[in-house]
Write a protein that binds this ligand. Structure first.
Ligand code: 13P
Ligand code: SF4
Length: 299
């Protein structure tokens, strides 16, 4: 299957992008593997005719918005991020009416229609930097209350209004599970994604995006780590650090949607060129500006 994927990729001038949460064998054959921000940048720079995006729908959709003339295919179009929809109808308008100088800051884990209603997008690796750089005092941070709260702590000069959304996978990690891992591995450092709940972040030694967690573990002199994020990240962690040991809260956090990106599904979309991401022009035009503003402000 890997050989056939390689042949089709060349024949069709395609590139395969995969998120760190994709299955291991898919990360192995991908041309680029990274966090949401890196993958959005790579998609924007891509020169191929076809982009195969092994992630969840908002990622493929953002790639299409940034590359309207390219074919963006997803191994499984039903791979969705539950949090991307967690903003109540009318709440953005309500907040805009309440605060004159409001900036709506939208985590990239959101639908294109939410992006259309926002001023700027962010990812977990650039949210603090971008929020700090905005002139607005009042910020409505959607959809993730956990990333929003983490940003609010780093940028106390802003009034950050939180929205009641979260990632169900990260929210399932409990303090009890983490404490039990810490008791089993007292020498380990705890590295967590900011989508985790506040009590998990309080117990953590380092908080960052998936790419930041990997970079931290790679540089660290420690040998053992407890990782509070989706366990697909383990592929890159163990590849880069064969002598270090990585533990996860039990049961391991697992995003079933990300795991829909199987090798079989990658081969099938490359063969059939189906599962194309389509974004209507009206939506694309509304969503491109907050995405491009993110790419600019994060530089
Ligand atoms: P990253 O920004 O680290 O890629 O995280 C994306 C995500 O979906 C986390 O659950
Ligand atoms: Fe969305 Fe959570 Fe899955 Fe990330 S882990 S894609 S935030 S549901």
């Amino acid at each position: 299957m890997k050989k056939r994927i390689e042949q089709l990729k060349k024949q069709k001038n395609a590139v395969i992008l995969a998120h760190y949460y994709a299955p291991f064998d898919v990360q192995e054959i991908a041309d680029y593997v990274g966090d949401s921000f890196y993958l959005a940048k790579i998609a924007k720079q891509s020169k191929t005719d076809i982009i195969v995006f092994c992630g969840v729908y908002f990622m493929g959709e953002s790639a299409k918005i940034l590359n309207p003339d390219k074919k963006v295919l997803m191994p499984d179009l039903t791979a969705d991020c539950a949090m991307a929809h967690m903003v109540t109808d009318g709440i953005i308008e309500e907040m805009r009416n309440k605060y004159d100088d409001l900036a709506v800051v939208c985590y990239i884990n959101s639908t294109a229609s939410l992006k259309c209603q926002s001023d700027v997008c962010v990812t977990s690796s650039n949210a603090v930097k971008i929020v700090k750089s905005l002139p607005n005092k009042n910020i409505f941070f959607i959809p993730d209350k956990n990333l929003g709260r983490f940003v609010a702590e780093q940028v106390p000069e802003k009034n950050i209004i939180l929205n009641d959304g979260c990632c169900p996978i990260h929210a399932k990690i409990t303090a009890e599970q983490l404490i039990s891992e810490k008791e089993k591995h007292p020498e380990a450092l705890v590295l967590s994604h900011p989508e985790c709940e506040g009590d998990i972040l309080t117990l953590s030694n380092y908080i960052g995006s998936t790419a930041d967690i990997i970079a931290y573990a790679n540089k660290s002199d420690y040998n053992e780590f407890i990782i509070c994020t989706e366990d697909g990240i383990n592929y890159k962690l163990i590849t880069d650090n064969p002598d270090k040991i990585f533990y996860y809260p039990e049961p391991h956090p697992c995003c079933a949607d990300m795991k829909l990106n199987t090798l079989e599904a990658v081969l099938s979309v490359l063969q059939n060129e189906n599962n194309e991401v389509i974004v209507e022009d009206s939506v694309r035009i509304g969503a491109i500006s907050p995405l491009e503003k993110m790419l600019e402000l994060a530089k």
